[in-house]
Design a binder for this molecule. Structure first.
Ligand SMILES: [Zn+2]
Length: 603
């Protein structure tokens, strides 16, 4: 067995996919269902089939085996996928040139460089250079344990430490520069560290590898603090895409699933603070406004998101945008703001980190559990934004809230929330009804985008039930293939939608080497789509059931094939007689009688 096959037989697709997608078991047949990680959806259409070791999404058509899944979801090359899965499963990977192309080599080097940098920064924070940074952390109340957990570090103020370390290694100048961690000098030759004298926060990908850094300036570093940004981030590299990375997701995802909740904060320190409060399901977007990709990553692990941003104006605006994105993805959204809203309880305006530091873990957890729906928070925002003394201002405030209300999937809840809000804002109920009718009318005339979305959710290939059952039975049991395939010649299935799959099955049966992946590899795009649809939709029984099903299908296929043959022969007899070709007419008549007898014997 070659390495790829060996790897595939030793990992379970349900376990691997399950780390990225919350899967629900469907029936007792080894089928699982979840939200597709490859397209935006609110109801699950992403199927994983354990016995076939295959996945298929009915929404966007994505499908394949475990290797394809990891490649696509982690954005890895084929060799990188092999490496990742072999490392995780303790299977030694043979050193072969086909497992390494230029792309993977560069990315492999970048992962190494980041691991080296993370270690170097950590050592520097613990060493004599890190005195000031340690004092800063101490003053902000960051424990040694937290520093360890989040692998904080410190970058060389002289800007030489990492450059020197990497030059000693076997990295090429191109690899060093591509990492974004060192830069080429503008004048003269040589390199210098991109991050100097900063507190370093390693950023991991979902699998736990360091792929970038966030870096915070220290207050008095060479007096440069004022003309340097407080926070700097790694640039985008072949291993780091800002818009699809969530800080701390690698550590948070198990807790997110357990709690079915994610806490979304803004900064690295906030993540650490919330984590320290015993709430481990906390992530932050990495120095960018929240994106759709990040929201989908959240939804793969939890249904509820508590947005806990800074209570200042910038934080509130960011929260407003985040709420819209989260609602669009169909998530339940709550907002926690300390001293932010108009319903201020007199608390100081605190970010999550400072809140935990001042009021303690227990108080934070209580606040979090009591976080209210985004409506109250939005309504307070609206009251602060519009002039609530006049009817116009109140109506404007209501209109400002309306889009969020309309994102509620349930009609009754929509109406209840709307009348609630109207009461809170002092808007006449009649006006509310009016606005609702107008919005509903707009919804009834969907734009081209909505029509397109519906079209893609229909499976691309239509396959008759008889064929589907037959293919399923053949795919699910070796015994069935051995018994049925030899009695199902090619001419019987020429008109089948799935004839390509059957042909491939016959060929594989001859060589005696059936595997699902090999079958998949033999098919055209159309054949593959059909195969995945069949596989994802089936209910698998045991060998005996599958053989019985296949036998029944075979009889029906055979009967209709013979009916067609009989019609054909009768036509030939007639034609030969009309043309006066006696010999031919006799020949076809004999054939016809032979077949009629055969049918009679069988029937
Ligand atoms: Zn999909």
């Amino acid at each position: 067995m070659d390495f790829v096959e060996q790897l595939k037989t030793s990992v379970d697709i349900v376990k691997v996919v399950g780390e990225y997608v919350r899967l629900r078991r469907v029936g007792a047949t080894g089928r699982y269902l979840g939200l597709c990680p490859f397209h935006q959806e609110k109801t699950p259409s992403f199927n994983v089939n354990q016995s076939r070791q295959f996945y298929k999404c009915f929404g966007c058509g994505a499908g394949g085996d475990v290797l394809k899944f990891v490649m696509e979801v982690d954005g890895l090359t084929f060799p990188e996928t092999l490496k990742l899965l072999s490392e995780r499963n303790g299977i030694p990977m043979p050193q072969r040139p086909e497992y390494s192309d230029a792309d993977s080599k560069l990315r492999g080097a970048l992962h190494e460089i980041h691991a080296i940098a993370a270690n170097l920064y950590r050592a520097a924070l613990a060493g004599p250079q890190g005195g000031e940074a340690r004092a800063y952390l101490n003053q902000r109340g960051v424990s040694t344990e937290l520093i360890e957990t989040f692998q904080l570090g410190f970058s060389d103020p002289q800007g030489q430490g990492l450059t020197r370390k990497l030059t000693e290694g076997r990295f090429s100048p191109e690899q060093m520069e591509a990492s974004g961690l060192v830069r080429h000098r503008n004048e003269g030759s040589g390199y210098y560290d991109a991050f100097r004298g900063r507190l370093m926060f390693p950023i991991h990908n979902e699998s736990g590898k360091v792929i970038a850094f966030g870096a915070r300036a220290m207050s008095s570093q060479n007096g440069r603090a004022d003309d340097q940004p407080k926070y700097l981030n790694s640039p985008e590299t072949p291993i780091y895409r800002k818009t699809s990375t969530l800080y701390n997701l690698n550590r948070a995802r198990d807790a997110m699933r357990k709690a079915n909740r994610a806490v979304l904060v803004e900064g690295y320190m906030d993540v650490m603070g919330v984590h320290a409060a015993g709430v481990h399901e906390v992530v932050a977007s990495c120095g960018t406004a929240l994106t759709n990709t990040q929201v989908r990553a959240l939804h793969r692990h939890a249904d509820t998101v508590v947005v806990n941003f800074d209570p200042d104006e910038a934080g509130a605006n960011a929260a407003e945008r985040a709420i819209q994105l989260l609602l669009d993805e169909g998530l339940h959204v709550k907002v926690l703001a300390f001293g932010g809203g108009a319903g201020d309880t007199g608390q100081a305006k605190l970010d999550p980190y400072e809140y935990v530091k001042q009021f303690g873990a227990e108080s934070y957890r209580a606040q979090l559990d009591g976080a209210s729906s985004y409506f109250h928070w939005l309504a307070d925002r609206a009251r602060a934004r519009f002039d609530m003394r006049g009817a116009d201002g109140r109506m404007d405030a209501f209109k400002f809230l309306l889009p969020a209300v309309q994102k509620l999937p349930d009609k009754l809840e929509r109406a209840a929330v709307a009348s609630d809000l109207a009461g809170y804002l002092g808007v006449e109920p009649g006006m509310v009804l009016d606005q609702f009718k107008r919005a509903a009318a707009e919804r009834r005339t969907p734009g081209p985008a909505a029509a397109g979305a519906r079209a893609t959710s229909v499976p691309a290939v239509q396959i008759p039930a008889l064929e589907r059952i037959l293919l399923n039975a053949l795919l699910s049991s070796e015994t069935t293939r051995k018994q049925i395939l030899p009695r199902l010649p090619k001419e019987m299935t020429g008109g089948f939608a799935g004839h390509e799959v059957l042909d491939a099955l016959r060929q594989m049966e001859e060589t005696g080497a059936f595997s699902f992946a090999a079958l998949d590899a033999r098919l055209s795009e159309t054949g593959r789509t059909l195969l995945h649809d069949v596989v994802a939709a089936d209910e698998i029984g045991d060998d005996a059931q599958s053989l019985a099903q296949a036998e029944a299908c075979l009889q029906r296929v055979k009967a209709s094939f013979q009916r067609r043959q009989l019609e054909d022969l009768r036509a030939r007899v007639k034609m030969a007689g009309r043309e006066g070709k006696q010999d031919e007419a006799l020949h076809w008549t004999a054939e016809l009688q032979r077949l009629e007898e055969e049918v009679k014997r069988a029937g």
